[in-house]
Design a protein around this ligand. Structure first.
Ligand code: MN3
Length: 243
């Protein structure tokens, strides 16, 4: 119990200090640092959205953001907390839970993924989010040939995901970048996933992520997504994984 309280204090404070109506860019980046590393993700605190609902307009509209965050994401969080309540999973990190997900209840897989994936997603978006750091840019060129080729392969991963799921740019255990896609709320940290690694960039391709604005036109949403990549956050995540 003590451990839980300490963890809550340590990690909830910086998150709570960021209000939904805040559009301050400095607040944004400061708060992003608090949860970009999954080990610091507080399982018992629903993270604040690091910007206002309309912050990504016109690429991602206010209504979509509001419903997506306050209804969809919140439901995954609530259901995840309910699913781990009173179990050993309360003491495990998200990383440990995902690494053992094949042996855990399906409610934990679906809702734990839904909770975690959206945190990564919100944080890696920002209007006019700059460009990759020099170090990340070098790695992208070495792996994909160019940033344009990464965009193409990542976009294709999102376009070709049948039904609901996610596109990912991750770092594998050898420190190499790779692109993948997962169904439903799975992610590259889960032991059920074919290509495993730690994500640094993700895109939600569930219909609820784009239907209000783009209806059935998923490719248009994917095209717009490239206008709202927070490359500072993606670069920081890369730096934290590849020394
Ligand atoms: Mn979603």
């Amino acid at each position: 119990m003590i451990r839980f309280i300490v963890a809550t204090l340590l990690f909830a404070l910086p998150l709570s200090s960021c209000a939904n109506n805040s559009k301050s860019k400095s607040d944004n980046s400061n708060n992003l640092k608090t949860v970009q590393n999954m080990k610091t993700l507080n399982k018992f605190e629903f993270p604040k959205l690091p910007y206002a609902y309309d912050a990504l307009e016109p690429h991602i509209d206010k209504m979509t953001m509001e419903v997506h965050y306050s209804k969809h994401h919140k439901a995954y969080f609530n259901n995840f907390v309910a699913a781990i309540k009173g179990t050993e999973m309360e003491k495990m990190t998200m990383e440990e839970i995902f690494a053992n997900i094949s042996k855990l209840p399906v409610a934990v897989r679906n809702n734990g993924g839904g909770f975690y994936n959206h945190v990564i997603f919100w944080e890696n978006m920002k209007l006019d989010g700059g460009k990759p750091s020099e170090k990340l840019a070098k790695a992208i060129d070495a792996t994909f040939g160019s940033l344009d080729e990464l965009k193409k392969q990542f976009s294709d991963a999102g376009k070709t995901r049948f039904g609901s799921g996610w596109a990912w740019l991750s770092v594998n255990s050898n420190g190499k970048l790779f692109i993948s896609s997962t169904p439903n709320q799975d992610n590259p940290l889960m032991d059920v996933t074919e290509k495993r690694g730690t994500p640094i960039l993700t895109m939600d391709v569930w219909e609820h992520a784009y239907y209000l604005k783009y209806q059935n036109k998923r490719p248009d949403y994917i095209e717009a997504f490239w206008n709202v990549i927070n490359w500072d956050v993606v670069s920081e995540r890369y730096d934290s994984l590849v020394k």
